[in-house]
Unconditional design. Structure first.
Length: 321
């Protein structure tokens, strides 16, 4: 009877952790024995994934099972909810794995990558643990898993020397989906600009080349960045909700209905795509034609700079930093 009760507790514990559990967690929380865990495996209640790692039997397919198991293995003694209460939960999913979980870029996520603040080596195949500084602002939950934020993911990929083409695809998707701002990307790219063949600390130039390489229309990028950053404008008809929640359709509607709003927003648009609005935008009804010229004169964000050959296509590094 006591054995059945402990088995039920193990099942409940695994269910609370996305269907996976470690033997150390099970023994600490439920006092189950190694023999009882083996019997649960033999009966099909548990499925052994790796030494000391189990998942519930007959569970629906978990597309993130590999990531869940790898993160769990970083600290097999502590249950998930206690780890997630920590500023840094022993480490977080990062790099190519984080990009895949955020749905940005077209990188191959053939291995599971994590970042931890201390050196940790796992016996799991296909898992790489990087060492790096982390704070609470560097990660967020995605499908119940701790994952580096989009902007931290871009920083990690650039630091790892990800080739410029794949890095550009990540930056493109993160910007056009409003997951990051232009200013944030410029800031995290700046320390790595020289390694990719640009002037030292020239994050803006680095970004412009990536955006040109990714083929992002300037207007799309500018509107996405504006929608994420703008909270209010000079016109009451375009008062926004919270930052990052501005409705782009409402933004466009306001621009057609209010000349003042149109002027203010087009100025912001021009700044976002690196052009001066002074020569293009005038107040009142006459602003429509200059506004069209702003859109027509800029095909893609950035100047005429092109990527310098050489260091722009470094192979990705996947060892500990």
């Amino acid at each position: 009877m006591r054995s059945d009760s402990r088995a039920a507790q193990v099942v409940a514990l695994a269910a609370e952790q996305g269907g996976v559990v470690t033997s150390r967690q099970a023994r600490a929380v439920t006092s189950v024995s190694v023999q009882q865990l083996k019997r649960m495996v033999d009966s099909g209640v548990l499925e052994r994934l790796h030494h000391g790692l189990y998942r519930l039997g007959r569970m629906p397919e978990d597309v993130h099972l590999g990531e869940r198991v790898a993160w769990l293995a970083l600290d097999p003694d502590v249950v998930v909810w206690e780890r997630l209460d920590q500023p840094v939960p022993t480490g977080v999913l990062s790099h190519r794995t984080a990009a895949a979980l955020h749905g940005v870029g077209d990188l191959d996520a053939d291995v599971v990558e994590l970042t931890a603040t201390r050196r940790i080596r796992l016996a799991l195949p296909g898992v790489i643990v990087h060492r790096g500084a982390l704070s609470r602002e560097d990660w967020q939950l995605v499908d119940g898993l701790p994952v580096t934020t989009p902007v931290r993911t871009i920083a990690d990929l650039a630091a790892a020397g990800t080739d410029a083409g794949h890095l550009a695809s990540v930056v493109r998707d993160a910007l056009t989906r409003g997951l990051v701002t232009v200013a944030e990307v410029v800031a995290v790219l700046a320390p790595h600009a020289f390694d990719y063949g640009h002037r030292a600390l020239d994050g803006q130039g680095f970004l412009e080349v990536l955006i040109a390489q990714a083929g992002v229309p300037a207007t799309m990028l500018a509107v996405a960045d504006l929608a994420r950053n703008t909270t209010t404008t000079t016109a009451p008809t375009v008062a926004a909700a919270e930052a990052g929640q501005l409705d782009v359709a409402a933004l466009m509607k306001a621009m057609t209905e209010s000349p003042q709003a149109r002027d203010a927003l087009l100025r912001s648009l021009s700044v976002a795509i690196g052009q001066s609005a002074a020569g293009h935008i005038s107040s009142g009804a006459g602003a429509a034609a200059p506004a069209r010229r702003v859109a027509e004169d800029t095909g893609t964000t950035g100047s005429d700079r092109t990527a310098r050959p050489g260091r722009s296509a470094r192979p990705a590094k996947v060892s500990d930093r």
